[in-house]
Design a protein around this ligand. Structure first.
Ligand SMILES: *[C@@H]1O[C@H](CO)[C@@H](O)[C@H](O)[C@H]1NC(C)=O
Ligand SMILES: *[C@@H]1O[C@H](CO)[C@@H](O)[C@H](O)[C@H]1NC(C)=O
Ligand SMILES: *[C@@H]1O[C@H](CO)[C@@H](O)[C@H](O)[C@H]1NC(C)=O
Length: 456
């Protein structure tokens, strides 16, 4: 069961360049028989979304050429089976140059290929030949790219989270596995209420790390910090980390808990806040991480359990399966009608909010600095018709991240003492503090960005 895909790309020694800062990327898998042509996909993403990078699972020329002159950069993948021949001491460099000439040179620079992913999850491979081929093959690919004049392409390789040794989930105890073998147990999610909320960035008790004295209220933060700790143990704490694949399915086999549109949106929204807002994680505060959401479309021809086919964020007709705030604002009205059916279903289905009706605010290990109330001429306000329950939930949620003293008794914004007024303050503070991304004002579809100063 692959509910939580999480792969990390660790920059190779050949790729010293600092990873680009803010980025929202998406994995574009096309193992389906109902998807639009690649050219339409590229045009749609460029014109109507804020997605600025796309990861492919191969180097299919039709897909690479489709992204020419779109401003969207590509990560393309080289199959595992190609690695041994590229690693060869005498013929490897020539083989690498041939591969680059055949697969990349015809399309670059019209298409901005910025990453070449050498193989996939090689360290999980039972074939020891593949594992020893990885680093030499990456070196020769980097050299070949330079020799072929494609200096804008960096070489890296995706790792599965299973490279960490099994541990108690305390980030500061994490280390890489002493030896990579075939018996890697993917991290298991136990679907009781608490761990599900922990995984989905929903209010929860959190996990306390006694070594660093930090409380983790999301599994994503804990996993990022676990990777960081394991790298730091080896002296490489500064190597940039990118999230190659992370996502959540919207459908699964009957009886499987924790899967649905609400869950998928909560996970992806929470993740976007960590990786792209500059909030960072408890051990890596203020950092941004190049991230590729898994996945662009559902893939109906994928083998395996139902969930495997349902990680998509867009339908084949480009309507969102759920709203992640990645559509450009001007397009939102256009999509509202078609998306409203989906939002209705979301709004009426059960939001899981564990605990008392008004749970205590979530403590944030790194509260954002006090927000500027009105930066940039953009404000986040509650949508007309948002219910008091929704607004109270927004307050509970956002107060985990921003300073809510002003709306507490005695605070400057306590009066008028009602949920609408308090929510207005907190939702906007959250939006401002996180860098004014549309998705920071989404609040499960109850917030909207406006350029009219609400205090006037
Ligand atoms: C190509 O993409 C990378 C990563 O998104 C970006 O930093 C770079 O500026 C782009 N280059 C061009 C020529 O657009
Ligand atoms: C969550 O916990 C509550 C109370 O402990 C329980 O009634 C409910 O069935 C649980 N839900 C799930 C999905 O396990
Ligand atoms: C973290 O949570 C634990 C247990 O809930 C609590 O005892 C501790 O004071 C908290 N620590 C911090 C730094 O917030």
């Amino acid at each position: 069961m692959l509910l939580f895909l999480f792969l990390l790309l660790l920059a190779s020694p050949a790729a010293q360049a600092v990873l680009p800062s803010m980025a929202v990327g998406v994995n574009y898998g096309a193992n389906a028989d109902n998807l639009p042509p690649p050219k339409d996909v590229a045009t749609f993403l460029a014109a109507h979304t804020t997605i600025d990078r796309v990861k492919l699972f191969d180097a299919n020329p039709a897909f690479i050429s489709a992204f020419a002159n779109t401003g969207i950069s590509l990560a393309v993948s080289l199959p595992n089976s190609a690695l041994p021949s590229l690693a060869d001491k005498t013929t490897g460099l020539d083989a690498a140059r041939s591969w680059v000439r055949a697969n990349l040179s015809p399309f670059v620079p019209a298409t901005n290929v910025s990453l070449l992913l050498a193989g996939n999850e090689i360290l999980l491979s039972p074939d020891p030949n593949l594992v020893v081929s990885l680093l030499p093959a990456m070196r020769r690919l980097a050299q070949a790219l330079t020799l072929e004049g494609l200096t804008g392409v960096r070489v890296t390789t995706p790792h599965y989270l299973g490279i960490l040794a099994p541990s108690d989930g305390i980030p500061s105890n994490a280390r890489f596995r002493p030896a990579y073998d075939t018996k890697l147990f993917p991290p298991m999610l136990h679907y009781n209420n608490q761990t599900l909320n922990y995984a989905l960035f929903r209010p929860n008790r959190g996990v306390y790390d006694p070594n660093t004295k930090l409380n983790y209220t999301s599994m994503f933060d804990a996993q990022m910090d676990a990777i960081y700790t394991a790298m730091k143990r080896l002296g490489y704490g500064d190597v940039p980390i990118a999230v190659g694949e992370a996502g959540w399915p919207t459908q699964a086999d009957p009886g499987q808990l924790g899967v649905g549109v609400d869950e998928a949106r909560d996970f992806n929204e929470g993740m976007l806040r960590v990786v792209s807002s500059g909030k960072g994680t408890p051990l890596m505060p203020n950092r941004k991480f190049e991230t590729y959401i898994f996945s662009l479309f559902d893939e109906n021809q994928k083998p395996g359990p139902i969930a495997e086919k349902h990680f998509g964020i867009l339908n084949p007709d480009f309507t969102p399966i759920y709203d992640l705030g990645l559509l450009r604002q001007s397009d939102e009205a256009t999509f509202k009608l078609r998306a409203s059916l989906i939002s209705e279903a979301v709004a009426t289905s059960n939001f899981i909010h564990s605990g008392a009706p008004n749970p205590a605010p979530n403590p944030s290990p790194n509260p954002s600095p006090k927000p500027a109330p009105s930066g940039g001429g953009q404000w986040c306000v509650a949508k007309a018709g948002a219910s008091d329950t929704d607004l109270q939930n927004n307050i509970n949620y956002a107060c985990g991240y921003v300073d809510c003293k002003p709306i507490q008794s005695g605070g400057a914004c306590f009066d008028p003492n009602n949920v609408q007024s308090h929510a207005a303050f907190v939702m906007n503070a959250f939006y401002q503090a996180n860098g004014r991304h549309d998705y920071d004002c989404d609040f499960k579809g109850t917030g909207v960005v406006t350029s009219n100063d609400p205090s006037k």
